[in-house]
Design a protein around this ligand. Structure first.
Ligand code: HH2
Length: 287
């Protein structure tokens, strides 16, 4: 471990939606000042990347015109980029280009089509898998083999991006994007197969609806969006343990804690059962 104050761990991408209608934080950071403050808060909480988005991708979300998306995203990117790595969550080439010019260095692309922009601008690129568009994607997602189809699409796009000259290419199975609960669970169970492709893997499960459906309250209703932290942390931890290089989350501080723990355990095979000499051992609060 190089720096004991900052142990090696996978990356945490904090979600910053400058939108009125995102599924879990819509309207919370729609004012630019509030968005920038939230970005700084996430930096203090340990976010490695802040992912700025100006268009919701939730099922049924209304499309946002380019000019409006630019208005939402660019000033926030400009304010945060001197302080943290910023990615732009967009499917529009114009918005990606403007955000890169404002200081972003990573395009988070849920359409998996913007690699030419990344190549032209020398930026990193995330290729996410989705079936359909926000208008239709959750109506009746169907796959013969969800794991194989997602892997094939992502490796194909990643290879094209690399051939076009993009040096940093992430792949993301797109949890919740045209997937049933069973599809999401299958993809999470098979994450090691995506990791084995050799591309760095990003996973976003944070607060998503399958977590609510899998954690119903006493009345049988799905857990509401702000009651999904346990599922978000459990699935982020699972993803990291399977070898994901980055998780995309709304709750940065607890995820950084979880990622740090995963990193510490992964770096010390055998130590846990030997009592952890030099690891701090127990504390006065107990073990
Ligand atoms: N999920 C959302 C948006 N962007 N990008 C990647 N790479 N992976 C994801 O899983 C992913 C993503 C949806 O979450 P959120 O941004 O909170 O909601 P909304 O799209 O409603 O703004």
């Amino acid at each position: 471990m190089d720096d004991p104050a900052r142990p090696a761990r996978a990356l945490v991408m904090g979600v910053l939606n400058v939108t009125p209608d995102s599924f879990s934080d819509g309207g919370e950071w729609f004012e630019q000042d509030q968005a920038v403050l939230r970005g700084h808060q996430m930096i203090l909480e340990g976010a490695d990347v802040v992912d700025v988005g100006g268009e919701s991708t939730r099922p049924g979300a209304a499309p946002v015109p380019v000019a409006e998306e630019l208005r939402r995203v660019v000033p926030v990117v400009e304010a945060l980029a001197p302080h943290v790595r910023v990615s732009v969550d967009t499917t529009k080439a114009e918005v990606a280009e403007a955000a890169l010019a404002a200081g972003a260095t990573l395009i988070n692309d849920v359409s998996a089509t913007l690699w030419p922009v990344a190549a032209r601008c020398g930026a990193g690129w995330v290729a996410m898998h989705r079936q359909g568009t926000p208008a239709t994607m959750q109506q009746a997602p169907v796959y013969d083999d969800v794991v194989a189809e997602v892997r094939t699409l992502l490796t194909d796009r990643a290879d094209r991006a690399a051939a076009a000259g993009v040096r940093e290419v992430w792949i993301d199975p797109g949890i919740g994007f045209g997937k049933t609960v069973a599809h999401n669970l299958e993809l999470l169970a098979a994450l090691d197969g995506l990791v084995a492709t050799g591309r760095p893997v990003l996973v976003g499960t944070s607060r998503k609806s399958f977590l609510g459906l899998l954690a119903p309250g006493p009345d049988g209703a799905p857990a509401p969006v702000h009651d999904r932290l346990a599922g978000s942390l459990a699935t982020a931890t699972w993803a990291l343990q399977q070898g994901a290089g980055m998780v995309r989350v709304h709750d940065v501080a607890p995820t950084v804690q979880a990622a740090t723990l995963v990193g510490l355990v992964a770096a010390r095979p055998g130590e846990a059962t030997r009592g952890g000499a030099g690891s701090g051992g127990g504390t006065e609060e107990g073990t």
